[in-house]
Design a protein around this ligand. Structure first.
Ligand SMILES: Nc1ncnc2c1ncn2[C@@H]1O[C@H](COP(=O)(O)OP(=O)(O)O)[C@@H](O)[C@H]1O
Ligand SMILES: [Mg+2]
Length: 227
């Protein structure tokens, strides 16, 4: 592998396995996958095939049973502070939003920073800019509980982008949306990927996902298959 290729690697997994003792099941078996900087990768597969597990392992939320994960060529297991690793590098978008309904769109985007006593004006400005970028400028001060599902998901994406993550991990972000809103969200993820160079790993059942991604991988019974 030449130096330039190695430089552009974001994630590499080598024979990654995850066994959950509670369910006595292998969620992943020997998954080897390389994701390079700026890629938009779609992950498809039946329910229970291990897709979420793969994202949780990459995010350092779960620990592999065997195998190795490299983040920018460094073993993820050597990064002690996984919370800091996530905060600096990873934006997570979930199917179920995980927003605070009474809080406004802006407050939800800022929520990860609210444990600070004072949120710097520059970060507030950044959150506003992020919401505007996702066509939510008119709804910045509206409580999330009155927003549509598509709008809520855009708030989640703005929250995920607040720290300029190297990589966005999106776990079925269109699962609760109708076709039109789902296409809007996929379009926005593509825009972020193209305009900001953010690497995107998107788990989805969406049939049209290949219109948006560079590459599709399939997980079936914990095994990876490339298209
Ligand atoms: N926290 C967990 N504890 C025990 N078993 C789990 C856990 N998370 C997932 N599993 C099991 O691992 C398998 C893969 O799950 P998951 O990664 O959520 O699949 P997918 O996202 O493709 O639906 C399933 O059999 C599921 O029951
Ligand atoms: Mg899942």
């Amino acid at each position: 592998m030449n130096k330039d290729t190695r430089k552009s690697e974001v994630f590499r997994t080598v024979n990654l396995r995850k066994y959950y003792p509670q369910t006595q099941s292998f969620a992943l078996r020997d998954v080897s996958l390389t994701i390079t900087k700026g890629e938009f990768v779609g992950v498809k597969g039946p329910s229970g095939s291990g897709k979420s597990t793969l994202l949780y392992l990459l995010a350092g939320l779960h620990t592999p049973t065997a195998g190795e994960i490299y983040f920018q060529e460094k073993p993820l297991k050597n990064i002690r502070n996984k919370a800091l690793y996530r905060r600096k590098n990873i934006g997570f978008v979930f199917q179920d939003f995980y927003l605070y309904p009474r809080f406004t769109a802006l407050e939800n985007v800022l929520f990860p920073c609210l444990r600070r006593f004072i949120v710097p004006a520059s970060i507030v400005k950044k959150a506003e800019t992020q919401l505007e970028y996702l066509h939510m400028g008119a709804k910045i001060n509206v409580p999330v509980e009155v927003l549509s599902a598509g709008e809520r998901q855009r708030v989640c994406i703005a929250r995920a982008l607040l720290n300029d993550p190297q990589c966005v991990l999106a776990d079925e972000p269109t699962g609760n949306l109708d076709t039109e809103n789902a296409e809007n969200i996929l379009g926005l993820l593509k825009k972020i990927n193209q305009e900001c160079g953010t690497t995107v790993i998107l788990v989805t059942h969406d049939e049209k996902v290949s219109h948006y991604t560079h590459r599709l991988v399939h997980i079936v019974d914990g095994n990876l298959k490339e298209d």
